[in-house]
Design a protein. Sequence first.
Length: 241
Amino acid sequence: MLDKNIMCMILVILVVKNNEANQEIVSDMLQLKGITVACAANVRIALDRMTTDARYAIVLLDLQMPEMDGFETVARIRATPALAGRCVVALTAHAMLGEGQVSKLPASPDVAELERVANPHAGTDYLIRFAVPEFTSLCPVTGQPDFAHLVVDYAPGKWIVESKSLKLYLGSFRNHAGFHEDCTVGIGKRLVEEIAPKWLRIGGYWYPRGGIPIDVFWQAGKLPSGLWVPEQGVAPYRGRG
């Protein structure tokens, strides 16, 4: 139970749960103790409120929220300088180790959501690389699966992409029909749109279709001077030769 002296210092507790009945139960319990309570139905609302209102010093967070689980939310809070010092308390009945929650793949890239996180080193030029050696999509002509090794390099600005949402976004191409060029360039453009990096490049190294391997390259922005950018390290296709 919270110490009474601490309770007097708290102006508002933010309860983050997507179930209205549970919200009401928790709110009633806290209000009986004389605590002012505000509720948020999802993580996006909660983060917006925390960023714009310093009164939310303590957050009661459901670890199993549907859009973004509590563990990822805490990581995002800790990576955001404006939210430093906020107290986050886990609020769940099913958080035992090993009870991982399955994340369903989005139905298509168009409906997939890419999450972004505040860059923890926004004043420093550095490189982030994502290697995707098992990327899969469908040929728009034959409907057969296509396979590629993608490499994404970017120099972040104010934002970095949240990795789980990126995995789900890329996985949503599994049942998406698109040409190699469209998939590769489209992924690069979507990332630029979402996180506005200083510079980004994507290399799409596609396995042969009809006997011809296709490689697709795209970049945007200006590479910061002096930034170390290693080679992407994907060898040209040689087959078994």
